[in-house]
Design a protein around this ligand. Sequence first.
Ligand SMILES: O=C(CO)[C@H](O)[C@H](O)COP(=O)(O)O
Length: 409
Amino acid sequence: MNDADRNALKREAAEAAVELVEDGMIVGLGTGSTAAFAVEALARRHRQGLRFVGIPTSERTAAQAKAAGIPLSSFAEHRQIDLTIDGADEVERGTLNLIKGLGGALLREKIVANASRRLAIVVDGVKLVDRLGTHAPVPVEVVAFGLEVTQAALKVFAAEVRPRLTPAGDLFVTDGGNRILDCHFAGPMADPARLEDRIRRVVGVVESGLFIGRADPVFVADGQGVHRLDSARAHRGRPPILVVMGVSGAGKSTVAKELAARLGWSFEEGDALHPEANVAKMHGGIPLTDADRQPWLESVAAWIDGQRAKKQPGIITCSALKRAYRRIVIGDRPEVRLVYLRGSRDVMAEHLAKRSGHFMPASLLQSQIDTLEEPGPDEDPLVVDVGPPVDQVAHEVIRQLGASATLPS
Ligand SMILES: O=C(CO)[C@H](O)[C@H](O)COP(=O)(O)O
C-alpha cells in the first residue's frame, strides 16, 4: 500500500472517531500522523460551531491545534478528560491492547489516556495484529541519566534494546526531556500486561508504550470501510458467553484458556462441574448416559447464568455432544455462542495420547465420536478446525467472532 492510500485510511478512521465528540467536551488530542487527521477534523467541526477544548499530548499537536484555531487547555483547569482520540502503532485483536510511542509522545499520551473517560484509537488496518510485537518494538521512555544501565536492565526482557535516534543521528529527546529505548522482541508477546508491569519496575524507566486495557473504542480503516471495535468492558449490557464444545481430545480447555487470556474474559472448566459419580464412571472407562449428564449440563447452564447475572462475558468448556444437551446449556440465552472444535479422529487421538492427569481415558474417544451430533447451521456455531497450533485456533475463533469478540455497539 502506498503512502497516499494509507493516509486516506488514516483520515477515514480519524474522521469516524471525531464523530464521538459532543458539545462542551474536554478532548485529549493525540500525537502522530493519524491523530493529526483527527485534529484537522476537529478543527473543521470547531469552525462549524462545535464547542470543546483540547488537551494536547505533545508540543507538536499543541502547535497544530493552535494553528487550526482549536481552543486549548491543560490539567491546571481540567482534571478529567471526556474523550481522547489518539493513534497507535499496534492494536491487538480481541483485547484491544496497544503499542504506542513510535511518535515519541508515549508518556504524555499515557497521562492523558489515564485522565480520560474514554480513549478512542484510530488506525489503518495494517496495525491490527493477533499479538502485540508482530511489527512494532515497544518504546520505553527513560530518564537520560544512566541510559546505558537502564538499557542493559531492559535487555533481560527484549531481544534487542536500541536508543531512539533523530534522523540526524542524535539521541531523541521527548517533550519531557527524557530519552526513548525501543525494545525489539524476538516474536509476538505472550503476556503484554505482565511485561508492562515488569518494565515499569526497572529503575530509570519512566513509562512504557504498552497500553493495556485502555482503548475503547478502536476505529480501524482497511479499505472495506471503517470498523468500530469496542472492548468487552463497553458491553456489559449483553456480553457474550462462549461454550467451547467438541469431543474429548479436541483441545477445548487449551483453546478456551487461550481465548480467555486474549479476550480477558472469565474462564470455567466445564469438566470441573461434573458430579463425582460421573468422574468415577469416566475414570472407569464407562460412557455417561443422558441421565448422568443432566445434572452436569444444568451446572454448566448455572455458571452461564451466573455470568449473565454479573453482566460479564465468559468462556466455558463443555463437550455438548448432542443437540439436546446444547438445548439445556444454551436454552434461550441469546448471549451464548457455540465454538465447535472440529477435527479428525486421528487428531483427537493424537491430542489424547499427549495428555496426562485427565480422568477421561483415550478409550472413550470412540463413544464420544459416536454420540456427537455436529451443530447445525440453525445453532449458528463458530466452527474451527483443530489441527493447527493453539494460537492459530484461538486466532481463528476471534476472527470468526469478529464483531462479537470486539463487541461493536
Ligand atoms: O503513539 C504515538 C506517538 O507517540 C502515535 O500515536 C503512534 O506512533 C502512531 O503514529 P502514526 O499515526 O503516525 O502511525
